[in-house]
Design a protein around this ligand. Structure first.
Ligand code: SF4
Ligand code: SF4
Length: 181
């Protein structure tokens, strides 16, 4: 009786065949519209900061080192792959890729840093508003945010001022024409 019952169980288990996936030995294509690791095209990015402002995980940081250069850092360790950054980007510079095997011991593997050339307004020097009323003060502030890139912390309102010496050094800065230049 016991044996018959066990044999029945074996037959039942064998009937559907193998139902588990052979992943990772046989990788499966992800579904269309899958949201994996976001990827930035720095040639399209205008540095508006929209992705940084809307990222719910606060994982995109921005810092202006002078009037012309904005650094943007994506720290993938906090990314939830929600795709909000790609949705809000006005230049379609962000693509949600199908990459999901992102486990790593080195945070640098999932960190992206972009150095962007920012065209400045010929009249005022800066094109965006700050929470200060003095126009002269506004011109010398480092962007709308001045995030702490070292500890990956968002600082909502910049209180840091541009470094006149650094600004002079970067006057000859030219945006790279090709990736990797
Ligand atoms: S996918 Fe979501 S969490 Fe990740 S960087 Fe974009 S907005 Fe932030
Ligand atoms: S929203 Fe798009 S254009 Fe604006 S900073 Fe982000 S990637 Fe660049």
């Amino acid at each position: 009786m016991w044996l018959t019952s066990k044999l029945k169980q074996v037959v039942m288990a064998l009937k559907p065949g193998v139902v588990t996936l052979k992943y990772p030995l046989e990788p499966r294509p992800v579904p269309s519209a899958y949201r994996g690791q976001p990827s930035w095209d720095h040639h399209k990015c205008i540095g508006c900061g929209g992705c940084a402002a809307h990222c719910p995980a606060r994982t995109i940081m921005t810092r202006d080192i002078c009037q012309e250069i904005r650094i943007m850092v994506y720290d993938g360790s906090r990314c939830t792959y929600c795709g909000r950054c790609a949705d809000v980007c006005p230049e379609d510079a962000i693509t949600m890729t199908d990459k999901f095997e992102l486990a790593t011991e080195n945070k640098a593997d999932i960190t992206l840093t972009m150095e962007l050339f920012m065209a400045t307004c010929k009249r005022c020097g800066r094109c965006y508003e700050h929470e200060t009323r003095n126009a002269i003060d506004r011109m010398s502030l480092k962007g709308y945010r001045y995030d702490n890139l070292e500890v990956r912390a968002v600082i909502p309102v910049s209180t840091e001022h541009l470094d006149a010496e650094l600004l002079e050094k970067t006057e000859k800065y030219k945006r790279p024409e090709k990736i990797g230049e």
